[in-house]
Design a protein around this ligand. Structure first.
Ligand SMILES: *[C@@H]1O[C@H](CO)[C@@H](O)[C@H](O)[C@H]1NC(C)=O
Ligand SMILES: *[C@@H]1O[C@H](CO)[C@@H](O)[C@H](O)[C@H]1NC(C)=O
Ligand SMILES: *[C@@H]1O[C@H](CO)[C@@H](O)[C@H](O)[C@H]1NC(C)=O
Ligand SMILES: *[C@@H]1O[C@H](CO)[C@@H](O)[C@H](O)[C@H]1NC(C)=O
Ligand SMILES: *[C@@H]1O[C@H](CO)[C@@H](O)[C@H](O)[C@H]1NC(C)=O
Ligand SMILES: *[C@@H]1O[C@H](CO)[C@@H](O)[C@H](O)[C@H]1NC(C)=O
Ligand SMILES: *[C@@H]1O[C@H](CO)[C@@H](O)[C@H](O)[C@H]1NC(C)=O
Ligand SMILES: *[C@@H]1O[C@H](CO)[C@@H](O)[C@H](O)[C@H]1NC(C)=O
Ligand SMILES: *[C@@H]1O[C@H](CO)[C@@H](O)[C@H](O)[C@H]1NC(C)=O
Ligand SMILES: *[C@@H]1O[C@H](CO)[C@@H](O)[C@H](O)[C@H]1NC(C)=O
Length: 435
């Protein structure tokens, strides 16, 4: 005889199987339907999934309604409730009988996506083959305009068909905002990606200060600082400038160099470290190429306190800090690694920084002040360190030795000492001879 717990497990197993197979069939919610954490919508082409997911933070059971690509739930390219996580798994996306689409949970309503002004609607919400989740009214007499669509509310990812810019008709701005860390999607991330319709360029801002610019759109295939020259996919940028909107979007298509297994797709994520990463082609722009002192390739030079010079820049290095010099921690969970770098940059005695080890969210900062010893074996922790020799008027000087530069100068110093010693020896021998 089956024990009750065993029977329950088998029942759950069958239920999950049923849901999974059910989910694979459906890309549409009809009026009266709802979706909870046990089911999903999958686009017709099978590439996109809409459902509830948990993100990496070990510190939280929060779940999010998101859309992800290629079955990878760890970083959905769209999130419905990044500012209002569901505290548990009770989230429900409902398209109710009176024509409202909303996200609810055991504690009440969380997000209202759309409220129908009329009761004679026949709403459908479809996860389209582009990754767009679109709400339409089939009763609107042939007029199949979107009532609401996820592409109008981007989170941190730019997909073909999505727009960045300004919708003059609705007054809405389309822009991206990075997550706070690799596991925290809170809309308080340090970086935004915006379209500047006057300069016809893409702009990354860090906490509202310009950090990187793409340079003007030079043709329908490239910006001054964006070269899509892998040749494996054709990119095409479309800028629209009229009374209704000022916007940019892009498309990708296969060409004769596109490998068979390469997807005809691309998505640009504004990462929490300031990079734009094309998660499909692995190309990156902006971000970590901006190290503080450089103004090339679109980077803006950072404003600097007098103790920093054009020789100082941030580098990500493995190694150790002298453990006799105390570190300082700031466990403010609103701080992202780029905020930590900014604080360190403006603190003349700070020589390096990391968020690792503060908490499971990879937020907050630990600052280091001593000398840094690079580790070439690759096993030590990575830190953002400020390289370049620094002398501060008020505070003690500090010297951070770059591995290659350090090696060369050590060799030089050794050579000089050897030369001086030989000269002294020779001199003393000469003295002996003369004696
Ligand atoms: C999800 O909805 C299905 C019906 O669609 C229901 O059987 C199931 O109990 C629900 N699961 C949760 C966790 O609410
Ligand atoms: C997450 O859920 C588990 C199981 O329900 C619970 O033991 C744990 O305390 C929860 N963690 C947080 C951070 O709420
Ligand atoms: C996602 O997973 C399902 C079930 O494992 C599989 O059938 C489907 O092909 C996968 N989709 C993609 C795009 O890899
Ligand atoms: C794309 O993102 C997923 C996480 O969502 C990650 O596992 C994968 O490595 C990323 N791909 C690239 C090229 O960065
Ligand atoms: C609503 O539209 C669907 C097709 O989208 C149709 O099958 C259904 O009959 C319609 N329902 C009503 C009440 O009009
Ligand atoms: C891009 O511009 C070239 C010439 O400037 C034109 O031939 C081509 O059709 C354009 N492509 C698109 C997608 O607009
Ligand atoms: C951008 O759009 C405007 C009008 O919408 C057009 O005149 C201009 O040539 C476009 N620029 C590029 C580089 O495609
Ligand atoms: C590329 O993708 C688009 C949209 O998914 C599709 O219409 C087109 O046929 C695809 N092209 C190729 C060459 O696969
Ligand atoms: C945490 O950091 C944020 C951003 O810098 C700041 O606005 C806030 O006041 C800080 N909170 C505390 C408790 O220091
Ligand atoms: C980690 O992130 C979660 C979700 O954003 C938040 O609820 C929690 O308070 C954070 N914990 C810390 C220590 O910052």
């Amino acid at each position: 005889m089956l024990r009750p717990s065993m029977a329950r497990r088998i029942y759950l197993f069958l239920l999950v199987c049923f849901c999974a197979s059910h989910a694979l069939a459906a890309d549409t919610l009809y009026q009266g339907d709802s979706l909870n954490s046990t089911n999903t919508l999958v686009s017709k082409n099978g590439l996109f999934t809409l459902g509830f997911t948990w993100l990496g933070s070990a510190e939280s059971n929060a779940s999010y309604l998101g859309i992800w690509y290629n079955n990878d739930t760890s970083h959905p390219f769209w999130l419905a409730n990044r500012d209002k996580p569901v505290p548990d798994n009770s989230g429900v996306l409902a398209l109710d009988g009176s024509g409202n689409m909303k996200l609810t949970y055991s504690g009440g309503d969380l997000v209202d996506f759309y409220s129908s002004p009329s009761s004679t609607t026949n709403l459908t919400a479809v996860l389209e083959d582009s990754g767009n989740f679109a709400l339409k009214d089939t009763n609107s007499g042939g007029q199949l305009d979107y009532l609401w669509r996820s592409f109008d509310y981007p989170t941190d990812t730019f997909l073909p068909g999505m727009k960045l810019g300004i919708n003059h008709a609705s007054g809405q701005t389309w822009s991206l905002m990075s997550w706070l860390s690799d596991v925290v999607p809170t809309p308080a991330g340090p970086f935004t990606l915006e379209w500047d319709p006057n300069g016809k360029e893409l702009v990354i801002k860090r906490r509202d200060v310009i950090y990187w610019t793409s340079g003007p759109l030079t043709s329908n295939t490239s910006f001054e600082n964006i070269f899509q020259n892998t040749g494996l996919l054709d990119y095409s940028f479309i800028n629209v400038s009229n009374a209704d909107e000022d916007s940019i979007m892009f498309t990708v298509s296969a060409n004769q160099f596109t490998p068979q297994d390469q997807r005809n797709f691309s998505m640009w994520q504004m990462k929490y470290d300031g990079n734009i990463l094309d998660n499909v082609t692995s190309l990156t722009y902006g971000g970590t190429s901006c190290k503080g002192n450089n103004a090339d390739a679109g980077c803006e030079k950072w404003s600097e306190p007098s103790c920093r010079s054009s020789r100082n820049s941030f580098e990500l290095r493995r190694g150790y800090f002298v453990n006799t010099v105390p570190t300082k921690s700031d466990d403010n969970s609103s701080l992202s690694i780029s905020d930590c770098k900014d604080i360190c940059w403006n603190d003349c005695s700070c020589s390096g920084v990391t968020t690792i080890g503060n908490n499971g969210n990879n937020t907050g900062c630990t600052f280091f002040y001593g000398n840094f010893t690079p580790d070439l074996s690759g096993s030590a922790i990575q830190y953002y360190i400020i390289v370049g020799q620094v002398t501060s008027g008020k505070k003690k000087w500090l010297l951070i030795i770059l591995a290659p530069v350090g090696f060369v100068s050590m060799m030089g110093l050794a050579g000089l000492l050897w030369y001086l010693r030989r000269r002294r020896l020779r001199a003393s021998r000469l003295v002996e001879f003369r004696d």
